[in-house]
Design a protein around this ligand. Sequence first.
Ligand code: KG4
Ligand code: ZN
Length: 348
Amino acid sequence: MICFLGIETSCDETAAAVVTSAGRVLSNVVHSQIALHQPHGGVVPEIASRAHVELLPGIVERAISEAGIAWDEIDGIAVTSEPGLASALLVGVAAAQALALRLDRPLVAVNHIEAHLRSIFLGEGCPLDRALPTVALVVSGGHTCLIELSPDRAPRLLGQTLDDAAGEALDKGAKLMGLGYPGGPAIEAAAAGGDSKRVAFPRGGVTSAIEGLDPALCFSFSGLKTALRYYLRDHPEALNAEHLPHVAASYEEAVVSVLVERLESALTKTGASQAAAAGGVARNRRLRSRLAEMAARRGVRLGLAAPEFCSDNAAMVAAVAAAGFGRSVRPIGALDIRPTAPIGLETP
Ligand code: KG4
Ligand code: ZN
């Protein structure tokens, strides 16, 4: 049994996990720093990196002990080295380098978006067949993209957001509605029982191409947030208890419907027979049920990352390396962070 220790510190989760080459998650320890950032209404990089420094040693020790293995049973270290907050990435990378040197084990650098992408296979009961082409939606606070995953080639970027990520649109929308941070779960809760057709928010069509990508598979969420701002300005009653569920549900629906629609277009354009979704926003129940409806209607298989693997975690990082992907780093000291690295995938 080959075991990889994964380390993730690219944003505001401090995480470590142990995953085997068979894809079994032996431990998955995540410490969310949400409480530290909440008073600021978003992630403060300096606070995040300081907290990673304080928390990571204990989190790594817990990941090893919960996995029930000894240090020398670790066969390699995987760490998120791109993209993310520079000062936060540095903490995980320095720790991974130190461990790889001390344990004399290989070090594998992992792209955070690829980790989200491959999280669709984590855990029990994934319905996807790895031998079949899959179109995956990776949708988080920092990223919104469509990626084609085929067994015999590197993942291919099909489309991405031109401005805000879907999670960012939810976070900013929640702030405007006075719902707090993080916005995705707050909007989901506020939308309970609301009529999602009450307010007609724009669906953000994209007309001009970006980096050779198909505009029909790209996203734009900045107009949605602006539309909400104007709506709230013109309808002061929108935030009272009677109206808020309808506004929140309509806003959530605007984000979700675009995500599902673009994923469906990508299925049509690629002819892929499997769809998938991962990343923090993929925890959203409205999105999960809309995707299930779409997949059932089209007769395609759907793999949704398990909720515990949607938000940032280190199991998805270890899993990339355990499956033989990621970038092997030699010498170990040569690993540098790439905060604004692109997805690191093949583009058409
Ligand atoms: O993947 P993630 O934990 O971190 C990034 O890589 O960004 O995603 C965080 C994002 C935030 O924007 C948060 O509002 C959103 O995921 N999110 C949700 C839900 N839970 C987290 N969005 C919608 N519904 C949820 N239940
Ligand atoms: Zn993430």
